[in-house]
Design a protein around this ligand. Structure first.
Ligand SMILES: [Zn+2]
Length: 290
């Protein structure tokens, strides 16, 4: 059933609604993460000293406004209201917010017009200037601590999908890009999601088999052409996906062309279902340049 015109703009939650999210995500740096193994006294002491030294030399600051914060990777209270949290009611397939609640399981006109190959996508926030700053801090400004915060928000947004998931599959980088950047931001997000959810991350399951040009500036058709056939699961790992519910993990979804190519590769090797969890969802791909 379609609800014409039901899709709304990304909603910025009011302060009273943001407070519980901040409480869940900010109050405890390790909130929602699995306990680590018990450490000995000296290991704890060395860890504390190293932590203190790092905080003295590199004082933690908000990745958005650069104000000093209590811990690395945190976002200051003043910047929280600038995040556009995506909240229900949502399109069941595309994860885009409805302006009003049309009922459970309803999909948007956009999803009916062009059904995605994945089952469901969930994004923590709408892609805006704040989300862009966080993503760029993670990818280009060598602030991987930001990944923990982003993953906690992703775990909250994708909780329903994670409950049913067997595997987390980060979108891979081509090996040259990985060498240049030194880490894959999607794999880092998946690693934190694994800690938050208990769903195992498989960063080597999906491979990018050829380099692809940056998707910036391309429309959906161009992006789809750019990544067509660029991903595969090696034959020797195909058994890992057979019948499994896979959750693809990425930092941003713009048109969905990359997620589509990855999903097709997973389905080709027998995945039973593929869902997608991203940090930021571009809710108006035609009007955004990232
Ligand atoms: Zn800030």
């Amino acid at each position: 059933m379609v609800q014409p015109g039901a899709e709304g703009q990304p909603k910025c939650l009011p302060h009273f609604a943001i407070a519980p999210i901040m409480g869940a995500v900010m109050s405890e740096p390790g909130a929602g993460f699995a306990e680590t193994a018990p450490m000995g006294f000296w290991r704890k002491a060395c860890g504390f000293a190293a932590h203190h030294l790092i905080n003295t030399v590199f004082p933690p600051s908000c990745p958005v406004c650069k104000e000093l914060t209590a811990s690395h990777g945190g976002i200051c209270a003043g910047c929280w209201p600038s995040l556009s949290f995506i909240e229900k009611p949502l399109c069941a397939r595309l994860g885009t917010p409805f302006a009003y609640d049309p009922g459970p399981g309803i999909v948007s006109a956009a999803a009916l017009a062009r059904p995605p190959v994945w089952e469901s996508v969930r994004g923590a926030v709408g892609f805006d200037d704040t989300a862009r700053t966080l993503v760029h801090a993670l990818k280009y400004r060598d602030q991987p601590a930001t990944a923990a915060l982003m993953a906690r928000l992703m775990a909250r947004a994708g909780a329903e999908l994670l409950r049913e998931a067997d595997l987390l599959v980060p979108v891979p980088l081509y090996r040259l890009r990985l060498w240049q950047r030194r880490f894959n931001q999607s794999a880092l997000l998946a690693q934190h999601l694994e800690a938050a959810s208990g769903v195992v991350s498989c960063p080597h399951l999906l491979r990018r088999t050829r380099p692809t040009r940056a998707q910036v500036g391309l429309d959906f058709a161009g992006r789809r052409q750019n990544v067509r056939g660029a991903f595969s699961v090696p034959d020797e790992l195909a058994f890992e996906t057979a019948g499994k519910t896979c959750v693809l993990v990425d930092d941003v979804m713009t048109t969905g062309a990359t997620a589509e190519a990855c999903t097709k590769a997973l389905l080709r090797t027998g995945a039973g279902r593929v869902d997608v969890i991203v940090f930021a969802l571009v809710l108006n791909p035609a009007g955004r340049h990232i």
